[in-house]
Design a binder for this molecule. Structure first.
Ligand SMILES: C[S@@+](CC[C@H](N)C(=O)[O-])C[C@H]1O[C@@H](n2cnc3c(N)ncnc32)[C@H](O)[C@@H]1O
Length: 340
């Protein structure tokens, strides 16, 4: 995927990010008055602020993001989106990785009727050089969604063994020259730490040639691979998918004669974080994300835990792809949980 250039877009300039497939997501999730909507990746609050007036003053909005600044922006935007016309729903901001969100919701007694995870980075993150996501902007090598914890791209690039770097670039970046790039990184760092995005991009470009007539920078795949590794993006997604399935299992009606699951038992949180009939949508931007979502949702539908709300996945219209390049690779998958 190429880095989207959204800086020319007026809406993106004022909010930092244009929500992708917004109309399709609202049509799929169908938020209703009084319901609770949970947004695992609040970002700049684009989706959540459109949902807020639909759940109304009696509804709830749970906002989660690993990026504290985005979370704060999203919460303020959601509150402002309804304040002018009608009372605001209850807004609950939760800072952290969405892998932990289901447990934190259960601990807080929160239950979502509609849920969205819009994966990856927000445009404002990649547009700000100091976040270190972009090979096109000179900045410190960071790439963490949550800048308050964990290893940064600097740590990974300057400390990981060559084999580990090659694996990351191959598996997460799908970089055919992964071995060559890893070797070049190890050779370059022997003469001094690789501290900036442009220094790393130069190392990569020295061993990966640009395909003729392609607008794609040779550093694109490697940067994607490092970002995915730094944020454990696929591990977090796996944990989220497991938690969705676990909630659906808890909601499945008990077979006749069995002990009901909702009676106090060995589990600490007998009431799951998703409500019976919850609509669950996940928006992906590349095949590494889409593959596990597709497989997991298909398994859940096959075993009677859920119903597919978007067979084959929903992609953006040509018009949206033209006006928002980030929408070009987007695919929405959605299910409704059975049970309850
Ligand atoms: C594509 S943006 C979401 C944009 C949002 N839907 C909007 O309309 O403004 C993705 C957001 O998810 C956050 N994020 C990515 N992975 C995350 C994770 N594992 N846990 C929590 N937040 C994550 C990023 O920090 C970013 O703010």
């Amino acid at each position: 995927m190429t880095e989207p250039n959204v800086t020319g877009n007026l809406h993106a300039r004022s909010t930092g990010h244009v929500p992708v497939l917004l109309a399709e997501i609202l049509a799929t999730l169908q938020p209703r008055p009084g319901e609770t909507y949970a947004d695992a990746t609040a970002g700049r609050g684009g989706h959540a602020s459109a949902v807020a007036p639909l759940v109304g003053a009696t509804g709830g909005i749970v906002l989660n993001d690993a990026d504290a600044e985005n979370l704060e922006f999203a919460a303020a935007r959601v509150r402002a989106s309804t304040a002018e016309n009608s009372p605001t729903p209850t807004v609950t901001p939760i800072h952290g990785n969405f892998a932990l969100l289901p447990r934190r919701m259960e601990q807080a007694g929160l239950r979502a009727n509609a849920f969205l995870a819009d994966l990856g980075f927000a445009s404002n993150q990649i547009d700000r050089a100091e976040r270190g996501f972009s090979f096109a902007r000179a900045g410190p090598l960071d790439m963490r969604f949550d800048a308050s914890r964990g290893l940064s791209a600097f740590d990974l690039v300057n400390q990981a063994p060559e084999r580990e770097l090659a694996r990351i670039l191959r598996e997460f970046g799908e970089e055919p020259a992964a071995g060559r790039v890893a070797r070049a990184i190890v050779a370059a760092r022997a003469t001094g730490a690789i501290a900036t995005t442009d220094a790393l991009a130069d190392v990569i470009r020295s061993v990966v040639s640009k395909p003729p007539d392609s607008g794609i920078d040779p550093a694109t795949r490697s940067f994607q691979g490092l970002r995915i590794a730094v944020n454990d993006e696929l591990g977090s997604l796996d944990a989220l998918l497991a938690a969705i399935e676990s909630a659906a299992r808890k909601l499945r009606p008990d077979p006749p004669g069995s002990v009901p699951k909702t009676v106090a038992g060995p589990g600490p949180h007998p009431v799951p974080w998703l409500a019976p009939g919850a609509r669950v949508a996940i928006l992906t931007f590349h095949s590494l994300e889409d593959r596990p979502v597709k497989a997991h949702f298909a398994d859940m539908c096959k075993s009677g835990l859920a119903t597919d709300l978007a067979p084959g996945g929903v992609t953006a219209t040509e018009e949206e792809k033209r006006s928002n390049p980030r929408a070009r690779s987007a695919r929405l998958r959605a299910i409704r949980l059975n049970g309850g």
